[in-house]
Design a protein around this ligand. Sequence first.
Ligand code: SF4
Length: 116
Amino acid sequence: MTDILEQINQGEADIYLDYGADAICAPRLCDKDDTTCDCLESRITDRDNQALADFERFPEFALFKIGNRFRLTKALINRMRDVYKTQSIRTACKGCEWYDLCTEISQNGYKGTLLK
Ligand code: SF4
């Protein structure tokens, strides 16, 4: 995880958007050949689609589409964090067990997070 975050922090990593678990979570969650993995359930894809629909309302996130590859710049990260705090891109967060923790982290200015 820290390798990936360090590459992003250094502006050296492209992001490829796809459905399901990301490159940080996937190795911890399930084998890529395990078709019964929770990450492949439709409720997860539904959440991905909810998040994408939220991002569609912001021109600065126009690249956030499945299959796109782009550089996650500091400006883009900061903009996502600002918008996240306003709840505008949190439709997919409804009902998530981590909702309160993520809210607290955003309200504390993302202090202590590894992504800078
Ligand atoms: S509350 Fe946090 S962990 Fe849950 S979906 Fe939203 S961002 Fe992800």
